[in-house]
Design a protein around this ligand. Structure first.
Ligand SMILES: Cc1cc2nc3c(=O)[nH]c(=O)nc-3n(C[C@H](O)[C@H](O)[C@H](O)COP(=O)(O)OP(=O)(O)OC[C@H]3O[C@@H](n4cnc5c(N)ncnc54)[C@H](O)[C@@H]3O)c2cc1C
Length: 359
């Protein structure tokens, strides 16, 4: 958070102060043993400069977050908010001498089908929100590739995008309201359940994507839409990225695809090295596109996509309405980051010499 993150934390006798924080919160909320803290030091960025916090507050309620922030402000202790720690830019890396406030225990989800909203605590995983919405025939569209392991609080704080954002937009397009605890411990409630709850400055938009620098999100009201049909998938290979890019431009000018994802030669091979998804290693580029248009419109859209790919010089075009078959290709794209990371780790070990351990 802004103030505490940048605070020049004098190393006053924090031991006594920390004991006060422990006493102010229920048993088990503040953890400070080395083994427990270690799990909260880094996120997926594996930033070697991540620090070691003096404690982790595993908040169970917004009131716990308020108590911790009031304490941190009083003692000028840096604070790092943390969701599931899947961020790729070190946003939830711990800070030496600071505290990490983890939201991983705040996971309640309530669906209001009449208003088509989900009221969600920040630690709930994206996949859990999707699952709860699906029970009411509803859908929460934002789908970062990490949707099975990342939290809604982290999604809001990073304005997460995903594979379907080409048609359905990103996280900010689905946030109707939120509760945020500010650095002084006060709680503000922004927006509400209605699309028209927008009077005044658009502070919601300010907080979405603010990476925890402005406050800690303790509750979110998320817009849901009716579940869409599974649709059809097109996979097309090209000898060059230029040809694939031409196909993307052509498709975008004719169709509102529900997914349009590209992988270049290096990514295809990294994915295949990591775990085989049946991708063509010789391809210069692979385009995965989907249509979720209803009824006959779906087949018509896929046909337009095929024409666009062929006109752009596609080597091969494959289409399917089989969800399982499609998911194999989509999984390849979803795993691209992990596969590239593995390749980087291998290269790093190669530089350090045989037998070197991963950092
Ligand atoms: C395999 C893989 C694939 C990915 N694919 C995508 C993708 O397709 N699109 C995409 O956008 N991202 C992607 N990411 C990145 C990451 O998953 C997202 O940024 C995600 O939104 C982070 O959520 P988190 O719960 O893990 O947050 P964390 O990593 O814990 O935190 C991320 C940031 O949000 C802040 N924060 C967390 N919770 C709160 C809160 N309650 N209040 C205030 N601030 C908070 C943290 O301080 C930090 O700055 C991917 C990551 C991986 C590992």
């Amino acid at each position: 958070m802004s103030t505490p993150r940048v605070a020049s934390h004098g190393t006053a006798p924090l031991g006594a102060a920390l004991a006060q924080l422990v006493a102010d919160l229920p048993d088990g909320v503040v953890v400070s043993d080395a083994a427990a803290i270690e799990k909260y030091r880094e996120d997926f960025a594996r930033d070697g400069s991540a620090g070691t916090p003096i404690a982790v507050v595993r908040a169970e309620t917004a009131a716990h977050v308020q108590t911790a922030l009031r304490w941190a402000a009083a003692h000028r202790v840096p604070v790092v908010p943390r969701g599931a720690g899947t961020g790729l830019s070190g946003g939830s890396s711990a800070v030496d001498g600071g505290i990490t406030i983890s939201l991983d225990r705040m996971r309640a989800i309530e669906i209001d089908p009449a208003s088509q909203v989900a009221i969600v605590e920040p630690g709930a995983l994206n996949v859990e929100v999707k699952g709860a919405a699906a029970e009411h025939g509803l859908w929460y569209p934002p789908d970062p590739s990490s949707y099975e392991i990342c939290s809604i609080g982290g999604n809001l704080a990073t304005n997460a995008g995903g594979l379907c954002c080409v048609k359905y937009g990103v996280t900010t397009d689905y946030v109707l309201g939120m509760d945020v605890v500010l650095a002084d411990g006060s709680l503000v409630r922004l927006g509400g359940k209605q699309i028209k709850d927008v009077a005044g400055l658009s502070l919601l938009k300010l907080f979405v994507g603010s990476e925890g620098t402005l406050g800690i999100i303790t509750r979110a009201v998320l817009r849901l839409i009716p579940a869409q049909t599974a649709g059809a998938t097109l996979v097309s290979s090209f000898s060059t990225m230029t040809a694939a890019s031409r196909a993307v431009v052509a498709i975008r000018s004719r169709v509102r695809a529900s997914m349009l994802e590209l992988m270049d030669h290096a990514t295809i091979n990294a994915v295949e090295d990591w775990r085989s998804h049946g991708l063509d290693r010789a391809s210069g580029a692979l385009l995965i596109a989907q249509s979720d248009a209803p009824g006959a419109a779906c087949a018509a859209e896929v046909e337009l996509m095929r024409e666009s790919c062929e006109a752009a010089g596609a080597v091969e075009v494959f289409t399917t309405t089989d969800a399982e078959e499609a998911s194999m290709f989509v999984a390849g794209r979803r795993n691209a980051f992990l596969a590239l990371e593995q390749r980087g780790q291998r290269a790093l070990r190669g530089c350090r010499g045989p037998g070197a351990a991963a950092p």
